[in-house]
Design a protein. Structure first.
Length: 167
């Protein structure tokens, strides 16, 4: 029983470690003084593309962040926008989930840079392609995966022998 518990513990740790790793390679390109970095990661749900735009010039989360989020949400192909506001002297981030077939990172950069006569500047973009894990991809394709599950048998004591010992 103890070895079975240890086995489950080892598999649990390995599963956790493999789900958190970044298996992809990163590539970088520069466009109009904005560095764009591409990376792959393992998705925890559906496959998706997320661009994290580092934005300089935001002084508040409500007005500035709201204006940037509204502008990005109005673009075709943008599915979701989340603003991460930091201190005034630091860059804040807009995390944008989008469809790369409809809109590009450069179009999102241009849209943010055009707000309020260029008061906001996108300094860097990190595009992460969250891909399905190999196991999840097989399930999505309809391939059934067979796994071996050991049968655990418990040996129960004989009720009559217990009663004999008690009386």
């Amino acid at each position: 029983m103890k070895s079975l518990l240890n086995l489950f513990l080892v598999f649990g740790i390995l599963n956790f470690a493999s789900s958190c790793e970044n298996n992809g390679t990163a590539t970088t390109e520069t466009s109009d003084n904005t560095e764009i970095t591409y990376a792959d990661a393992v998705a925890d749900g559906d496959e998706r593309l997320v661009a994290s735009l580092a934005i300089d010039g935001m002084s508040c989360e409500m007005m500035c962040g709201g204006k940037i989020a509204k502008t990005l949400k109005e673009l075709n192909g943008v599915k979701d926008v989340e603003i991460e506001f930091t201190e005034i002297d630091q860059e804040s981030f807009a995390n944008v989930e989008y469809d790369s077939k409809v809109i590009s990172e450069k179009e999102m950069i241009a849209a943010v840079n055009a707000i309020a006569d260029g008061i906001y500047k996108v300094k860097a973009v990190k595009v992460t392609h969250y891909k399905l894990a190999a196991k999840d991809a097989k399930v999505k394709e309809g391939i059934n995966e067979v796994s071996y599950k050991p049968v655990v048998r418990y040996k129960l004591p004989n009720v009559f022998s217990v009663l004999v010992r008690l009386f």
